[in-house]
Ligand binder design. Structure first.
Ligand code: FAD
Length: 535
């Protein structure tokens, strides 16, 4: 305890020296922070980097909160300080471009440290008969994998997911949170009942559709700009036991997208007449299909792409699943057969596997462990995620998959469509102006070493290729939106938000008037930046 106080005093002194915080250390100590303010080199290093490994910013201190009240006290101190300092909530740090970093203030580590406090563990409410009363209350820094584990104990689970579960609830709700269930249930931000949020004015507010609704919609997809999510109430449904996971190949892009669009158009049908998850990916070489998410294909029985595309051109893989349990085990085969019959994939190219629900949801983690063991996880990730309108997806195919990429990908390329009417237009997120749009995700990993004179895996090469893709779309008039957007000037952000910019700006002025939150997004400069050289 005494060591804690000493460290806290030390951290506060550093804040005073660096940003001229006007509180005396004893006064900040009197704020009664139960968590730990830290200058520990490991904490500082962790807060300075993210998954992208392309930007670095060292904070003045790292704070491990013990409660929502702790977050209130810290943000309130930042808001009230005469000279100002910034506050950035960090979930699991899986951003690409420093979105959770700050060099002029404190990073709040939302994930991890608070777990030991029982009152912050996921709390499941389960009036089984009433859908609205099946939900879980979770701490904003909770990882989705832990939400899943907690709710499965009650036979329940959230219904909308991300492909990877080691992401925090607050982090994905600040973006959208999408996966193959989004066509049916919408993104994760369409699946939230209620939030507790600490605004940039240091006020803890409960918000929902009915209560403080402006804040509720602002925060969902709000890139951390309006407040720090300390609690989220997530609806639950009965968890299926098993998953039938199916992949089928296409050589014809039009047939591939026609089938994907047909499958997502079934969202209003009874469960027995639609898939539960619809994604897809692009294959430009053999390596990808057998390595990425390799839990699907057996290493002893690798799939030979050449047997499906004689002329070596691009292939497309549809990926769908159907959930089931004991009560539906007898009918699942017929249901799947009836759906597959309507599709136009390459005959003989259907691959099926069957696994427990939790193993399917947690599938990417297996891949992470493999990449980690080969030293290929902690490498730069120049990812590019785009939302492309349906009307231009075939131009995108010709110009990018069959054009700019050549035969090189350096990582998986996901492609799947979603229905816009499953996204709430009142949230902060922006999507293309068409009823159906595609996620196209270039999930690239860069290598430090140039192998055999081939530079196509280098960070510079891949970053240039991303720029080339964006330039191509711009020149071709493809009105896409970036998902997990990254821009560096306010003009670019205004362009990104388009018609929604005025509302986004007005919400910022209302909920974070000093612009101290999530400055790593580089949308707004803090009000005190004239006093510091850069931000
Ligand atoms: P961080 O990187 O820590 O933070 C992201 C932003 O949110 C920052 O601006 C931060 O300040 C803010 N923030 C964090 N916590 C809070 C909070 N409690 N309240 C308010 N603001 C907060 N996304 C998908 O939609 N679908 C996927 O399938 C998917 N798969 C992924 C797989 C991998 C391997 C990786 C690395 C990322 C993936 N993503 C996916 C992207 C991911 O959803 C975002 O990067 C998300 O922000 C990561 O969550 P995080 O907890 O690491 O957030």
């Amino acid at each position: 305890m005494a060591t804690n106080k000493l460290l806290l005093t030390f951290a506060i002194c550093r804040l005073i020296v660096t940003v001229g915080l006007t509180l005396r250390p004893t006064e900040l100590l009197r704020l009664g922070l139960d968590g730990q303010l830290s200058l520990d080199p490991t904490d500082m290093e962790t807060a300075s980097l993210d998954f992208g490994m392309m930007s670095r910013a060292e904070p003045l201190a790292v704070f491990h909160p013990a409660s929502a009240e702790d977050v209130v006290r810290l943000v309130d101190a930042a808001y009230a300080s005469v000279n100002g300092f910034t506050v950035s909530a960090k979930g699991h740090g899986h951003s690409i471009n420093g979105q959770a970093q700050t060099s002029h203030g404190v990073v709040i580590e939302m994930s991890g440290s608070v777990k030991k406090l029982a009152q912050l563990s996921p709390l499941v409410s389960m009036e089984q008969e009433v859908q609205e009363q099946r939900y879980v209350d979770v701490w904003g820094g909770e990882l989705w994998i832990d939400v899943l584990r907690a709710t499965l104990q009650y036979g329940l689970a959230p219904r909308s997911w991300t492909d990877y579960l080691y992401l925090s609830v607050g982090g994905t709700l600040s973006n959208a949170g999408i996966s193959g269930q989004a066509f049916n249930h919408g993104p994760q931000i369409s699946n939230v009942y209620e939030l507790d949020v600490v605004t940039g004015k240091g006020e803890l507010m409960t918000c929902s559709e009915e209560q403080n609704s402006e804040l509720f919609h602002a925060v969902l997809g709000g890139l951390g700009q309006f407040g720090i999510i300390t609690r989220a109430r997530i609806p639950l449904e009965p968890a299926p036991q098993r998953v039938r996971w199916i992949r089928a190949l296409y050589s014809n892009f039009t047939a591939f997208t026609k089938d994907q669009e047909f499958l997502i158009s079934l969202h209003g049908h009874p469960n027995s007449q639609k898939f539960d998850y619809i994604e897809g990916f692009v294959i430009v070489d053999d390596g990808l299909i057998n390595n990425w998410r390799s839990s699907f294909f057996s290493p002893r029985n690798p799939v030979k792409i050449t047997s499906f595309n004689a002329n070596g051109s691009v292939l497309y893989c549809l990926e769908v699943t159907k959930n089931y349990d004991e009560s539906s085990a007898n009918t699942i085969d017929q249901e799947i057969e009836a759906l597959l019959e309507k599709l136009d994939f390459i005959p003989t190219s259907v691959f099926t596997t069957d696994l427990p629900y939790v193993d399917f949801l947690d599938r990417v983690h297996k891949n992470e462990l493999k990449l980690r063991s080969k030293g290929l996880w902690d490498v730069p990730h120049p990812w590019l995620n785009l939302l492309v309108p349906k009307s231009r997806i075939s131009d995108f195919d010709k110009g990018v998959f069959k054009g700019i990429l050549g035969n090189n990908t350096s990582g998986p390329i996901l492609i799947y469509p979603m229905n816009k009417d499953k996204w709430d237009h009142r949230s902060s997120v922006v999507t293309p102006d068409e009823q159906v749009f595609y996620l196209v995700a270039f999930l690239r990993s860069a290598l430090d070493t140039v192998i055999g004179g081939d530079e196509s895996q280098s960070l510079e090469y891949l970053t240039n290729q991303n720029r080339q893709i964006l330039r191509f779309c711009d020149d071709a008039g493809i009105k896409l939106k970036q998902y997990l957007p990254h821009y560096t000037t306010q003009e670019e952000w205004m362009d990104h938000f388009g018609d929604k910019w005025a509302q986004f700006y007005q919400r910022k002025m209302e909920f974070d008037p000093r612009r101290i939150l999530a400055t790593g997004q580089r949308i707004f400069k803090p009000s005190f930046t004239s006093k510091v050289a850069s931000w």
